[in-house]
Design a protein around this ligand. Structure first.
Ligand SMILES: [Zn+2]
Ligand SMILES: [Zn+2]
Ligand SMILES: [Zn+2]
Ligand SMILES: [Zn+2]
Length: 316
């Protein structure tokens, strides 16, 4: 038998309550409903009863039921969702539903964070504000890493949503950035996950070709690989583009820097290897000028993969 949401008939994001009990159902009942209908009603009832003391947080949306829910089960996978996760979902829904835009939602979240921060600073880093600050920071992370959350909270969707993991998330262990995560290859003593910005800043003064972990400073002659897809990071070329980009305001200025570094001065010869890296760096900046802004903002934007293999014959 195929179940559907008792409110909107959707068969996607379907959940089951096991123990709905109230005056209409003295014997526990199972009800089926979708994620959207559940949070839509919970938001409404919580907002309506704001000043009434005891209130139910997550509520079964089945007609006349409205029982409090503390755990629901995803119908398709059988995975159970507990009250902590459900309350976090409710926070996101409350902040998004019928709000004019994602920008507006982010403004509200950031404003709340500032307010709570002032408050917990005033209370010597303790108290309720600290707890609420941490909670809002988790909510902000959800909207940062999954901006679609805003759309998902506007209307019921026709596909199965991926459940957001509220408990663990990969991040740079040095600065908590969540994009461009990299790791040293094959190192037993250091498994640290760090972002490219931290790696490049640490490597800036390293002239022996080693890779240094920004957190524990352990070094190896090996290479860096992207955490998600395990592709190797072309360290030398990327370093040149990053240096040129961070020192320039425009792509043209960055290309000018690379030209400047290609000029041999006095008795110092540029190695053939470095000449090739400079050509490859120029090649990428010319063919993919949008990477200029990404290199300048590695803590914000994911750097796309780039194949540095030169197709044309390059005169070095
Ligand atoms: Zn529904
Ligand atoms: Zn129910
Ligand atoms: Zn970092
Ligand atoms: Zn380390």
């Amino acid at each position: 038998m195929n179940f559907v949401c008792a409110v909107c008939n959707s068969d996607k994001n379907l959940y089951r309550s096991k123990y709905c009990v109230n005056k209409h159902y003295p014997v526990p009942k199972e009800h089926y409903f979708c994620w959207f209908c559940c949070f839509k009603l919970s938001r409404k009832i919580n907002a309506d009863t704001l000043d009434w003391g005891s209130k139910h947080r997550i509520i079964c949306p089945f007609k006349h039921c409205h029982s409090p829910l503390f755990e629901i089960e995803h119908y398709q996978s059988g995975v159970k969702r507990g009250s902590n996760e459900l309350l976090m979902e409710l926070h996101c829904f409350r902040l998004s539903y019928k709000k004019p835009s994602l920008v507006n939602v982010m403004k509200t979240i950031e404003g709340t964070l500032r307010g709570e921060m002032e408050d917990f600073l005033a209370h010597n880093f303790t108290g309720q504000s600290k707890a609420f600050f941490d909670l809002m920071l988790s909510v902000k992370r959800r909207f940062d890493t999954r901006p679609n959350t805003y759309d998902e909270c506007q209307k019921s969707v026709t596909f199965e949503l991926e459940w957001y993991d509220w408990n663990s998330y990969p991040k740079c262990e040095s600065c908590y950035t969540e994009v461009n995560l990299h790791q040293c290859v094959n190192k037993s003593e250091c498994q640290h996950l760090c972002c490219l910005k931290c790696f490049l800043e640490t490597l800036n003064d390293e002239h022996h070709g080693n890779v240094i972990c920004p957190l524990c400073q352990s070094y190896c002659a090996g290479t860096l690989e992207r955490y998600q897809c395990k592709t190797q990071f072309p360290r030398e070329v990327s370093m040149l583009i990053w240096r040129a980009a961070t020192k320039s305001d425009t792509v043209e200025a960055a290309l000018g820097k690379l030209d400047e570094w290609s000029i041999e001065r006095g008795p110092w010869k540029i190695s053939a290897e470095k000449k090739l890296w400079l050509v490859q760096a120029k090649d990428r900046l010319t063919k993919q000028p949008e990477c200029f802004l990404i290199f300048k903002n590695l803590h914000k934007f994911e750097l796309p993969y780039y194949d540095y293999n030169l197709t044309e014959n390059v005169n070095i």
